[in-house]
Design a protein around this ligand. Sequence first.
Ligand code: IPE
Ligand code: IPE
Ligand code: MG
Length: 248
Amino acid sequence: MQIPQHLAIIMDGNGRWAEQRHLPRILGHRKGVETVQAIVGECLELGIGCLTLYAFSSENWGRPQEEVEALMGLLGTFLKKELSQINDRGIRLMAVGELHRLPKSISKILKESIKKTSGNDRMVLNLALSYGSRNELTRAMQVLGREIADGRMQAEQITEADIEAALDTHGIPDPDLLIRTSGEMRISNFLLWQMAYSELYFTEALWPDFSREHLLQALEEYSRRQRRFGLTAAQLRDTNANGGEKSH
Ligand code: IPE
Ligand code: IPE
Ligand code: MG
């Protein structure tokens, strides 16, 4: 089985999971955190290098205040409870998004956790928090614009690498595989630049129900995909026959 170096997941369907059981939505989110704990463990075991989880989008700030507060509470509890486990297991925590918009207490724990785990190298757990791809790209453009305005760079010199360097995901390879749960087939403002060549996989399973079996199914499907990066299948066969490295 082919193991993606970077797996990104849009964890969707917590609300529906709860609503189907006539429970408050927040209980769906709470159950969703249990899935996060389980799936982090599975990814670690499978040797995935980086796992990015879409935990809270820029747009999610518009949800009812009660739900936003509950989600922030769960995030804080998760960080406090899991930090030692994360660290013990050699996981490096990272985060992308407008972290300054998070409640102060949470951004503080987050920063400390990121710092504390920065020397770990078994797997990166990257949380997308208050994250929106258009917002990230806009901020990157602002950084580059400032470079030009200050005369440190010329507009014509901007390269794809410069744009990448200005993104929150700088240093993290592009996702090889994106999984979205709950049957929705959309990207919802997630890693638009970075997913230019990611394989996309959608499952009907709601996030709280997402299990090791669902993950393995996704990885099996991913293993069957041929990533051509614009080349022809014949070219890829030649490269493989020559024992050559992938071009990407
Ligand atoms: C995903 O579940 C979690 C977050 C967006 C924070 P949802 O809360 O979107 O669940 P549904 O889509 O309403 O079922
Ligand atoms: C996407 O889920 C964001 C996260 C999983 C954090 P949403 O449930 O917010 O997405 P849309 O708005 O239905 O596309
Ligand atoms: Mg949703």
